[in-house]
Design a protein. Structure first.
Length: 274
């Protein structure tokens, strides 16, 4: 065999294992290798899973902390809600008080002025009372003067009523300490005790509130009226607006009714002079 043929044979022998190596499957492509890799992946996943005993305890602690935090937040919300409601209620009370003060100012803002004008009304009444009726008949000028004063007084009383100032009806009414001021007592066995027999100075009310109490003289020594139950007792009109007597009024009446002895002799003397 020639040297050329030997070299060719060696080259063929060298190429044959290479072909076999290329056609042989790798270990990764075999079923056994795939199963082994799947088992290894599952083992790694099991090792990385945190559901062991220690991790469960930590999860329970985290849940307890979250529940406590929620309870704390709920308490804060309830407290803030209570504060909000209280603030709204206080604001409403302030609004109502301001509205009431505004209404009172509109009604009773003229109190001081009305008290000053009452003196004018008193002087007009005194002027009319000082003119004798017989003298008016004899003197036409005096009659005209009386008529002029009377017109002024009527106009003044009309203005009073337009602004809520009304006179107190006192004569013959039961004594009311909220509306009347007792100056003296008069012995009268025929009239019920505590009845107003004389009016020295008329009183006035401003929108139901006493502007000036009437100065009066009341009777004593007369028969006492039977005390009726509160549910059956009729309301007594003691002012121009017909206000019913209150407990303070009844106490004042009872105080005068229980008095049987005169305090001083000045009351009798004044009654005789009048």
């Amino acid at each position: 065999m020639s040297e050329y043929e030997l070299n060719k044979t060696e080259a063929e022998n060298t190429d044959e294992p290479k072909a076999e190596t290329l056609n042989t499957p790798t270990s990764a492509e075999t079923p056994e290798a795939a199963d082994a890799e799947a088992l290894a992946t599952d083992a790694d996943a099991i090792e990385e899973t945190p559901w062991d005993h220690g991790d469960t305890a930590e999860a329970d602690v985290a849940e307890d902390d979250a529940a406590a935090r929620i309870a704390t937040l709920e308490e804060e919300v309830a407290e803030l809600n209570d504060k909000l409601l209280r603030a709204l209620a206080e604001a409403e009370n302030v609004r109502r008080r301001a509205q009431r003060d505004k209404e009172d100012t509109a009604k009773y803002g003229i109190k001081n002025f009305a008290e000053g004008i009452l003196g004018v009304a008193d002087n007009l009444g005194r002027a009319m009372a000082s003119i004798d009726e017989d003298a008016r008949v004899k003197d036409p000028n005096l009659e005209n003067l009386f008529v002029g004063v009377e017109m002024v007084q009527k106009d003044l009383m009309s203005t009073f009523e337009r602004y809520g100032v009304t006179p107190i009806k006192a004569l013959g009414a039961k004594f009311d300490p909220m509306l009347h001021e007792a100056m003296y007592e008069i012995e009268d066995t025929d009239t019920p005790a505590g009845t107003i027999a004389q009016v020295l100075e008329p009183g006035y009310v401003l929108h139901g509130r006493t502007l000036r109490a009437a100065k009066v003289g009341i009777t004593k020594g007369g028969p006492k009226e039977p005390q009726l139950p509160a549910a059956d007792a009729p309301a007594e009109e003691s002012s121009a607006e017909g206000d019913a007597a209150d407990p303070a009024t009844r106490e004042g009446q009872a105080a005068y009714e229980t008095q049987t002895e005169p305090k001083t002799a000045s009351g009798g003397n004044l009654d005789q002079e009048l």
